[in-house]
Design a protein around this ligand. Structure first.
Ligand code: SAM
Length: 214
C-alpha cells in the first residue's frame, strides 16, 4: 500500500532524491527515531567486537552510538543516498561507507557479514521487491550470521520539510510484519525472534531477528 492524500504543493520524491535533499535536516529527527528502536537493538545486540557488521540503509549514521556502546570495530555503512553517507562519515563509526541499492545487487560479496542491521529502510521498498531485498540480505550474510530488521509501519508517510522550504513526501510503503518474516524465511533464514516497541495504536516498531543457518 502506498500513501495518498498529498496536496499539489507537496511533492512525492524517490528515496534517492528525497534523502539526498533531506540529509542535512535528518539529524534533527534522530532523537525522535531513537525511541522506536534503540532500546530493542541494545537488548538484542551484545558485544560486537571482532564481528563484521553491515548497517544497511545506514542513513546519517543514527545507529553510531549503538556501535560505539557495543564496541564494534568493523562496521560498514551502505545507503542509496550519497548525501546521507556524507553525514554518516562524520560520526567516525564506520570503517567504510558504500553507496548501494537494496533494489539491485548490493556491492558486497557472498557471505561478507556476521551481522546485518537494516532499520527503517523497508518502508521505502515496494512490496514486489521485498523478496529480492531479503535474498540480497541472505546472500551477503555469513552462515550462522544474523540479520536484524526494524519495521516501522507508519500509517502515513512522514512529511519532510527541506532546508529550501519545500515540503516533500518520500515514496513509502507499509509492510505487515508477517509478510516480512515470510519473505525472510523464503530467502532461507530461520530462527525468527521478535521484539516490539508500542506507543498506542499508531506508533509502533518491530525488531525481527533471523539467522542464516550454518
Ligand atoms: C528512514 S531512513 C533510515 C536511516 C537509518 N537506517 C536510520 O535508522 O536512521 C531510510 C534510509 O534508507 C535509505 N534507502 C531507501 N531506499 C533504499 C534502497 N533501495 N537501498 C538502500 N538504501 C535505501 C535512504 O536513503 C535512507 O537513508
Amino acid at each position: 500500500m502506498t500513501y495518498k492524500g498529498k496536496s499539489p504543493e507537496e511533492h512525492e520524491m524517490s528515496a534517492a532524491e528525497g534523502y539526498d535533499a533531506y540529509a542535512s535536516a535528518y539529524v534533527h529527527d534522530e532523537k525522535k527515531l531513537d525511541r522506536f528502536d534503540l532500546k530493542m537493538l541494545m537488548r538484542a545486540l551484545r558485544l560486537l567486537t571482532g564481528l563484521s557488521v553491515l548497517d544497511l540503509g545506514c542513513g546519517t549514521g543514527r545507529l553510531a552510538p549503538l556501535f560505539q556502546k557495543r564496541l564494534a570495530d568493523h562496521v560498514v555503512g551502505c545507503d542509496l543516498a550519497p548525501g546521507m553517507l556524507e553525514v554518516a562519515a562524520k560520526t567516525g563509526a564506520y570503517r567504510e561507507l558504500v553507496q548501494g541499492d537494496l533494489l539491485e545487487e548490493l556491492p558486497f560479496d557472498w557471505e561478507s557479514f556476521d551481522v546485518v542491521i537494516c532499520s527503517m529502510v523497508l518502508v521505502h521498498i515496494p512490496q514486489k521487491m521485498i523478496p529480492h531485498a531479503m535474498q540480497e540480505m541472505f546472500r551477503i550474510t555469513k552462515p550462522g550470521g544474523f540479520v536484524y530488521v526494524v519495521n516501522l509501519p507508519q500509517r502515513r508517510a512522514p512529511k519532510l520539510y527541506l532546508p529550501d522550504g519545500r515540503t516533500i513526501f518520500i515514496e513509502s510503503y507499509i509492510h505487515a510484519d508477517n509478510k516480512i518474516i515470510a519473505a525472510l524465511e523464503e530467502a532461507g533464514f530461520s530462527d525468527v525472534m521478535i521484539d516490539e516497541h508500542k506507543e498506542g495504536a499508531d506508533h509502533y516498531a518491530t525488531l525481527i531477528r533471523v539467522q542464516r543457518p550454518l
